[in-house]
Write a protein that binds this ligand. Structure first.
Ligand code: PLP
Length: 391
């Protein structure tokens, strides 16, 4: 057998996939599983975007593009960043990637040396732990606490920074906490990054999914930050395009120059016709995005209120993304045990918070990217299965 490279030890199978596999096996055996484990929108991709891809293919747009991405998409992204995020980028400061997944790989791969440290939130979407570690760098967690509204504890951040720290990752709105970093936190973060000479990797993939009148603010728009921010964004979540694999990086030109060298050896370019669809998404799909956002907000409010009525459970009302961290600490059992319990007893698939880092103990991540009727049924089952535990 061909032995795995040693560095593969830092790429375990994700806890989300483990739950999904188990839930899917149960479903195949005829069990009525409700999927609350996936970070995948349940909506179809808006028609204007599909039309653009059909037209692009019909027009023969089937060849490699520039490694950076098409001029048309990079210009559309630059216009979007100017109008919505209030940061001026030249198209040469934008790299089109095959999803944010590839964007993280390029951002870290081009710049991290073995032994470098990256400050990452805990809990966190797992790429931010595993990709730096695969590269021999160290992912150093800083805790997002529910009692703090999942904002940042700057005393802890100061304690965790070292002479080896090169980058700081922020994700807002956040997966899995659903929290949004406020202006004051971002201003403090900017001062922290400048003081310590750090680059900030800002994952803004959920920026359009914010609720309760929350405002998404790009850290790159704060004074002195554009030159030290690598913004990663993509089309998967807001436009329900997870299978299209399209994202981008916006960063200073020298960062893009490094990232593109890695990107050319991974993917060459994002698919040509998908890039045309990206232009249509940015220019024509805003009403579709808003309709999906409103529906997520309706679901979120239902789920949070329902959880609030279940003795033994509680949760922080998220300000964005499509996840709720269900606090199960009162039940006195581990998150892993409870995730199994709810799947076995109630046919509800959720992810133990520990799949996202140590600070996730005591929580289950529930994704409400599922239809309203299923969520109503799910909350009923959650109440019943919890009652059996507290009795
Ligand atoms: N960034 C965050 C914070 C995510 O939660 C996810 C997916 O769950 C991604 C990026 C993946 O993005 P993409 O589909 O563009 O690779």
């Amino acid at each position: 057998m061909l032995p795995y490279a040693k560095r593969m030890e830092s790429l375990p199978f994700s806890g989300i996939r483990v739950m999904m596999e188990k839930a899917t096996r149960m479903e195949a055996a005829g069990e009525p599983v409700i999927h609350l484990e996936l970070g995948r929108p349940d909506f179809d991709t808006p028609q204007v975007i599909k039309d653009a891809v059909y037209e692009s293919i019909a027009g023969g747009n089937v060849f490699y593009t520039s490694n950076y991405g098409t001029q048309g998409l990079r210009s559309a992204i630059a216009r979007k960043l100017q109008a919505e995020n209030h940061v001026d980028y030249d198209p040469s400061e934008i790299l089109v990637t095959v999803g944010v997944g590839e964007g993280t790989y390029c951002a870290f791969g081009a710049f991290l040396e073995p032994g470098d440290e990256v400050l990452i939130p805990d809990p966190v979407w797992l790429n931010y732990i595993h990709v730096p570690e695969y590269l021999g760098a160290k992912a150093v967690p800083y805790t997002l606490r529910e009692e703090n509204g999942y904002q940042i504890d700057f005393e802890e951040l100061e304690r965790n920074v070292s002479p080896h720290t090169k980058m700081l990752v922020i994700i807002s709105p956040n997966n899995p906490t659903g929290s949004v970093l406020g202006r004051q936190t971002l201003e403090e973060l900017a001062a922290f990054a400048i003081r310590h000479g750090l680059y900030v990797v800002a994952d803004e993939i959920y920026e359009k999914l914010v609720y309760g009148g929350q405002e998404h603010i790009s850290i790159a728009s704060l004074p002195g930050m554009k030159e030290r921010t690598i913004t990663l964004n993509g089309f998967s979540k807001a436009y329900s395009m997870t299978g299209w694999r399209l994202g981008y990086m916006a960063a200073p030109r020298e960062v893009i120059a490094g990232a593109v060298r890695l990107h050319q050896h991974i993917n060459t370019c994002a698919p040509s016709f998908v890039q045309d669809a990206g232009v249509a998404a940015l220019e024509k799909a805003a009403p579709d995005v808003e309709a999906m956002r409103r529906e997520y907000e309706r679901r979120m409010n239902y789920v949070v209120d329902a959880i609030g009525r279940i003795p033994g459970l509680s949760c922080h009302r998220p300000e964005g993304a499509f996840y709720v961290m269900v606090n199960v600490k009162q039940l006195g059992k581990s998150a892993a045990f409870l995730a199994d319990h709810y799947l076995d007893q109630a046919k509800l698939a959720m992810v133990p918070g520990t799949a996202f880092g140590g600070a996730g103990e005591g929580y289950l991540r529930l994704s409400y990217a599922n239809n309203y009727e299923n969520l109503v049924e799910a909350c009923g089952r959650l109440a019943e299965a919890t009652e059996k535990l507290v009795r």
